[in-house]
Design a protein around this ligand. Structure first.
Ligand SMILES: C[S@@+](CC[C@H](N)C(=O)[O-])C[C@H]1O[C@@H](n2cnc3c(N)ncnc32)[C@H](O)[C@@H]1O
Length: 487
């Protein structure tokens, strides 16, 4: 069994100089010794990168970021920090790309700081959240208040003959109490009567943002957790606590939105944000070279977290059916056991483009990363010995790294010389073995031509899942921010 090199014991000591990084200490005889040695000089624990700074927890109370609960988001302070650190000194119109834009935290912060911001996002809910911020910046608050007053006095629980329907997926069927479903249907009719497109959009988005609160479900990593008060036959007695009433929940959300919109009026440059709804794996190869000064991003982690399940209620509300969601999952960066290999599609694409050499280069980099090969082989062996809880885990790991390897090569191409990639990602563990995602991706980046400037490690890592902890004990997995520069 392979284990992690443990965190430097100096970590336990009080940090006297608050922002001085500490060298990460590598244990002797760890399984990927050569790889660790290659990057040890730049692996540092960065006390500034607290969990609060890096992830959504810290941004719950921040205007605009509190409309939709998207726990996978960056904190806006993290982006501010990196923009200050890596603003090109002589660029007239610095440009930034977030290829896994989510709800667009990087884009909004960068645009406010005067950057030209482009984002790519495949999940319609992320795109909707970005669009809501853009729409909000030009909304007429007088008209908005007029519609709000109407909302306040409307009874959404009266029976009607509406043709409107609340869509559902197999996994969301029965998620709302019948009374709530009726209110949702009445609300769709109410929306249809709002003439101003922008105001209608914000009222629709507000409803999208409360679906979890008014439902019998709770987002829970790989799936939706069902409350025992639902009509589903359940083994567990899970009770999510208070289930909000439709009208109250929406009223609260609209008030938050109104409050933020008033402040939003001052935000600069927000409408210069360009958002592409689609897969960055398709979109980036179409971009011209030397285009961006900075790429800041956080891809899905290699941890089986399924965005399409977590956001199933919202996807259904947006009109997606089971088939559409299945297709969406397949187009995302592979991070679930259901994802199929996209390798053939890449090969076909580069050949069609007359760039078979680029594909050979991708393949060469992938084949030359020998620690990943060893990891995949170990997983295959574990699968054959029935030690994995899902037989597709080796494929998931291979697909995840293959796709990011393709993207890293493309990042190099579309960045201006001197441009940087800043990536936030977590290491993961399967069958008790850590996968050093930070080192493998940095190694791909190095092979693609990047200088690996930093592998910053968050002072507090992440425990492995409770399931794995039971079998393999507690291992702290590194959460990291990598900085790569194009020469
Ligand atoms: C960790 S989240 C990023 C969150 C983002 N930093 C924010 O602040 O909201 C990863 C995002 O990547 C998106 N994603 C996954 N595969 C994608 C693909 N092939 N192309 C574009 N986006 C993708 C997911 O939908 C998810 O929103």
């Amino acid at each position: 069994m392979k284990t992690l090199p443990h965190l430097n014991t100096t970590l336990a000591l009080p940090i006297i100089a608050p922002f001085r990084t500490t060298k990460y200490s590598i244990r002797d005889n760890n399984p990927y010794d050569e790889l660790y040695k290659k990057y040890s000089s730049i692996m540092e624990i960065n006390p500034k990168l607290t969990r609060e700074l890096v992830s959504y927890q810290g941004s719950k109370k921040q205007a605009f970021y509190r409309w939709l609960k998207f726990k996978e988001a960056f904190s806006s302070d993290l982006i501010k920090h990196f923009l200050e650190l890596y603003s090109p000194s002589n660029a007239k119109d610095p440009s930034i790309l977030d290829p896994f834009a989510g709800t667009g935290t990087a884009l909004t912060v960068a645009a406010n700081a005067g950057w030209k911001a482009t984002g790519i996002e495949i999940m319609p809910i992320g795109v909707a959240a970005i669009k809501a911020r853009l729409v909000a910046s030009k909304i007429n608050t007088v008209k908005f208040n007029r519609v709000y007053k109407k909302f306040k006095t409307t009874n959404f629980y009266s029976n009607n003959n509406s043709k409107a329907k609340i869509g559902y997926l197999t996994i969301t069927k029965g998620a709302f109490h019948l009374k709530t479903e009726l209110a949702l249907i009445n609300y769709l009719d109410f929306l249809a009567k709002i003439k101003d497109d922008d105001i209608r959009y914000i009222f629709w988005f507000a409803c999208l943002s409360i679906l979890e609160d008014i439902s019998y479900t709770r987002k829970d990593g790989q799936y939706l957790r069902w409350d025992c008060r639902s009509d589903r036959k359940l083994k567990s007695q899970f009770n999510k606590g208070q289930i909000s009433q439709f009208h109250d929940a929406l009223d609260q959300k609209l008030n938050i939105i109104i409050e933020d919109i008033r402040m939003y009026k001052d935000s600069k440059n927000i409408n210069s944000i360009k958002v592409i709804e689609g897969s960055c794996l398709d979109e980036i190869p179409l971009m011209t070279k030397d285009k961006f000064n900075l790429i800041i991003t956080s891809p899905p982690y290699c941890n089986r977290y399924d965005y399409t399940r977590t956001y199933a209620l919202e996807l259904a509300f947006m009109g997606k059916d089971d088939e559409a969601v299945k297709d969406l999952r397949q187009c995302m960066l592979s991070c679930t056991v259901e994802n199929k290999s996209k390798k053939q599609a890449f090969e076909d694409y580069y050949n069609r483009k007359g760039d078979g050499r680029a594909f050979k280069e991708i393949q060469r980099r992938f084949d030359n990363q020998k620690e990943l090969k060893e990891i995949i082989q170990n997983l295959i062996n574990a699968r054959d010995e029935d030690k994995l809880n899902n037989n597709n885990i080796p494929n998931l790991v291979e697909n995840y790294f293959y796709e990011l390897n393709v993207l890293i090569g493309e990042f190099y191409r579309i960045l201006k010389p001197g441009g940087r990639v800043i990536m936030v990602n977590d290491n993961v563990q399967y069958n008790g073995d850590e996968i050093p995602v930070d080192l493998i991706l940095s190694d791909f980046a190095s092979m693609a031509g990047f200088t690996i400037e930093h592998i910053w490690i968050l002072p507090n890592g992440k425990g492995n899942s409770s399931q794995q902890m039971g079998v393999h004990g507690r291992n702290e997995l590194r959460k990291c921010v990598y900085v790569w520069q194009k020469k």
